[in-house]
Each structure stands twice: as structure tokens, then as C-alpha cells.
Design a protein around this ligand. Structure first.
Ligand code: ZN
Ligand code: ZN
Length: 361
């Protein structure tokens, strides 16, 4: 369809404009783009599966004689994931969005059995599958020692146990409330995953759950962050704060429940770590694209719950994160570190491994 072409080209133009800006005028998109590579291997190639991301557009633009994609999970969500690889690999005619749709997607939609047979042939021409059991000339391709699994049980301290039970009770309530509501099923699903995430975090360290004190950079909220949050219209600010405290969708960068969430002005909630990855190396005025909606964003368009709350949003009183908000400030970088039983046990085990390997001597 014509409008899809238009969309594609608009994204490409936006991305290259952003890339030009990011690397400064006259740099031609940076050093990587000025070299004609003999071979480019994309390890963990699934990181370009979303054709809307700047990373995908950058990978497509690399000049090379040979291109490889390496991945243990080439398809994570749907057949659509393949398009970006084909585009990177210059695999004609499937690297063209229209051809990909008509020759692969539409065929699968019309007749799945035949469609997947076609896809199999399309993939056979370019795909090599290797498993741990694969052999070359009768020899295994990798010789790995057998995997050893030890289950180590660790009890909570009394304090941790009380905290965990509180989080558990809150989670049960939230799940029950979600089940009673007539919300969309995918939203309920995310709510449940989010509750499970909090329970896992509570097992690791209570501070992970009381994350409301955390800011974009992990330290105390800065005046600049609050100033940026204040520029957001009050009504939107309140909505963004709600989202940051109770994410309704998966993180667009990693597809998991947003951990330690931050929110963009286009109302997409990312893990703090995932967003930090996107912001890495960008100046304050540099632009990048939201992985979810391709909205052009700057540093100052990303907000933490702490900054939004400090700018005058109303935190959700009922969430465990907000309950922990009073001591949330204690999670700042300059607060005295308090360990947890699991962290202590883990360090013990790691130290033992180091000593066993002789590196500790
Ligand atoms: Zn994420
Ligand atoms: Zn967005």
C-alpha cells in the first residue's frame, strides 16, 4: 500500500536526520558509516527486530560486502520480526516492505500451511541452524562441560519476611481488582506480570520495590529533572506519573514488564536500564525515536516518577511503591547501604567460586 511506503520513507528520513544530528554536522553519520566493511556480523540480531528503532535504521545503513545476523531467537513475537533482518541482509525481494507483506505475510494469513512452507523455503536459502548437538565431520561444534545446577535455599530475615508478605498482599489485591474490572486482557496480563516482578524484586532487595525514590540516573532527583517535569502540562503530568507507577504495557525496548519504570512524553513506559541504554552517548539536545511510536524524543522528554511527583503530580497512595516513598529517598546513591539476605548469600557464593578458581589468592 502506498501509505506504508510513505510511512517507511518518513521513518528513514527522520532516523537519518536524528543520526546526522547525533554525530554532528559534516560527520556523515559517524565513523562506522564511513567505512566499507568486508563483513558485518550482528550478534544478538533480534535487537534490530523492531524496524521503527534508530538502531535498526543505523544497522541497515552500514556499507558492507557481506552481512550476517546471529541469533538464538530470530523470531520472538511474529513473522514480522524477520523483515528488519531481511532489510539489513539486502535479501531481495523480501527486503522490500511491500514484497515482504505480499509474498510472506499475506500468504501466511490466507493459508497458514502453504504460507509457512513458502517461508521455510525463503529461509532455507539464507539460514543456517546450529544447535549444541550439531557436529562437523563427526565432531561436536562446541565441547561444553555438563551443566551443574545447585538449588540454594535462603530464608528471609524477619523484617524481609514482613515486607514480602505486605507486597504479596498488595499484589493479590491488585490482581483481584484487575480480574474484577472489565479491562482488556493484555492489560490484565501486564498487571499480573508486574505484580510477579515486584515479588521477585522483594526477594532480592526491598529497595527494588520501593523504587519511587529512584530517578533517571539512580541518584537523587535533580533540579534539572524536576524543571523538565514541570514543563509538562499538569494534567498530562498526572497521567504520566500514574503510568510510571503502574505500567500498563510492556517496555518497548525489551518486551518485558518495565522494571524501575521511566515514562516518555508520548506516554510509553520503559525500564530505567533500557532507557539509559537509549540515552547513552546522546547530548541533551540530541533526538532519538521512541521505540513504541517513533515519536521524536529528547533527554528532557523522559521522566521518572520521582521527578514527576516532585514537580507536583499526585502519587498513587495505594501502591506499595508510594508507601515506601517516605524512605524512598534513602535509596539515593549517598544513603548508607543496607544489604539483604539474598545479596549476602550471593556474595558468599561468588567469593567461594573466586577462591576455588585461585583468583582470590
Ligand atoms: Zn525494558
Ligand atoms: Zn512513544
Amino acid at each position: 500500500k502506498d501509505d506504508e511506503w510513505g510511512w517507511e520513507e518518513r521513518q528513514a528520513a527522520k532516523a537519518s536526520a536524528a543520526a546526522r544530528k547525533a554525530s554532528g554536522p559534516g560527520a556523515g553519520g559517524g565513523l562506522l558509516f564511513q567505512i566499507h566493511w568486508h563483513r558485518v556480523v550482528l550478534d544478538e540480531a533480534q535487537s534490530i527486530k523492531n524496524p521503527r528503532t534508530l538502531a535498526s535504521h543505523a544497522a541497515w545503513r552500514l556499507a558492507a560486502a557481506h552481512r550476517w545476523c546471529l541469533s538464538g531467537t530470530p523470531i520472538q513475537n511474529s513473522v514480522d520480526d524477520l523483515y528488519s533482518y531481511f532489510k539489513f541482509l539486502r535479501y531481495k525481494p523480501y527486503c522490500d516492505h511491500h514484497s515482504f507483506k505480499t509474498l510472506i505475510k499475506d500468504r501466511i494469513a490466507m493459508d497458514p500451511e502453504k504460507g509457512y512452507q513458502v517461508l521455510k523455503v525463503v529461509l532455507q536459502a539464507i539460514l543456517l541452524r546450529r544447535t549444541k548437538q550439531s557436529t562437523i565431520n563427526g565432531e561436536p561444534i562446541v565441547k561444553l562441560p555438563p551443566r551443574e545446577q545447585n538449588l540454594v535455599r535462603q530464608d528471609f530475615t524477619e523484617q524481609e519476611s514482613v515486607f514480602y508478605k505486605q507486597v504479596q498482599a498488595d499484589s493479590m489485591k491488585a490482581i483481584q481488582a484487575a480480574a474484577d474490572q472489565q479491562g482488556s486482557s493484555s492489560q490484565q496480563y501486564v498487571n499480573m506480570l508486574y505484580s510477579l516482578l515486584k515479588l521477585r524484586q522483594a526477594c532480592n532487595h526491598p529497595w527494588l520495590v520501593r523504587g519511587v525514590g529512584r530517578t533517571l540516573y539512580g541518584g537523587k532527583v535533580t533540579a534539572a529533572e524536576v524543571a523538565a517535569a514541570k514543563k509538562v502540562p499538569a494534567e498530562l503530568r498526572a497521567q504520566l506519573l500514574q503510568l510510571a507507577q503502574r505500567p500498563q504495557e510492556q517496555c518497548p525496548a525489551c518486551g518485558d514488564v518495565p522494571e524501575d519504570p521511566v515514562v516518555s512524553k508520548c506516554a510509553h513506559v520503559y525500564c530505567r536500564q533500557c532507557m539509559a541504554g537509549q540515552l547513552e552517548g546522546l547530548g541533551h539536545e540530541d533526538e532519538f525515536l521512541c521505540s513504541a511510536c517513533s515519536h521524536v524524543l529528547r533527554h528532557t522528554d523522559i521522566h521518572s516518577a520521582a521527578a514527576l511527583a516532585a514537580a507536583g503530580g499526585t502519587p498513587l497512595a495505594s501502591s506499595p511503591a508510594a508507601n515506601g516513598g517516605a524512605d524512598g529517598a534513602a535509596t539515593g546513591a549517598d544513603a548508607a547501604w543496607v544489604s539483604s539476605s539474598k545479596v549476602d548469600r550471593l556474595l558468599q557464593l561468588l567469593t567461594a567460586v573466586r577462591e576455588r578458581n585461585g583468583a582470590g589468592a
